[in-house]
Structure formats: C-alpha cells, structure tokens
Ligand binder design. Structure first.
Ligand SMILES: [Zn+2]
Length: 83
C-alpha cells in the first residue's frame, strides 16, 4: 500500500483503492480493471504510482493476453449543438 499525499487538484484525502482505468497509449485505448491506485475522496482524481504505470505499459507492449476486447462507440462531435 502506498501512502499518497493530498490531492493536488482539490486538496482532498487520497486513499488506496482498486479502480477501473481508461489508459491511452500510443493512440490506442486500453481498459484495466482492479488497478491499485490512489483515489481522491473529494473529486475522484486517480493517482498511479510509477510501478503500476510501468506494469501497465509493460503489459501493453508485451501484447499481454487480454481478458476481453470490447467495442467502444466513437462519434466525431464537430457540429454545432442545436439550441
Ligand atoms: Zn481531489
């Protein structure tokens, strides 16, 4: 367990938790579940320690056997929103 300092955005308390993470790497999106991270109890900001983000990138680069591949809807939102 890592001891986190206070949240650098809102000053809230950061506690250890297991989180779901949307991880963008070299233009691709990966989702990791049950990642140990610090989570701000006030604003929800997530903090990863270096060891964990290195392991995430190692798994991506090692083409780790993925548990699942999902489709994600994508929309290019360039039109003016009607009022
Ligand atoms: Zn915060």
């Amino acid at each position: 367990m890592h001891k986190f300092g206070d949240c650098s955005f809102c000053g809230g308390e950061v506690q250890n938790d297991l989180v779901e993470l949307d991880y963008r790497y070299k233009g691709n999106l990966y989702i990791f579940k049950e990642v140990p991270a610090g989570v701000c109890q006030q604003c929800g900001e997530k903090y990863l320690i270096g060891k964990v983000s290195r392991e995430i990138e190692r798994r991506i680069n090692a083409r780790e056997k993925w548990n699942k591949t999902i489709n994600v809807p994508l929309n290019i939102f360039s039109e003016v929103v009607p009022t």
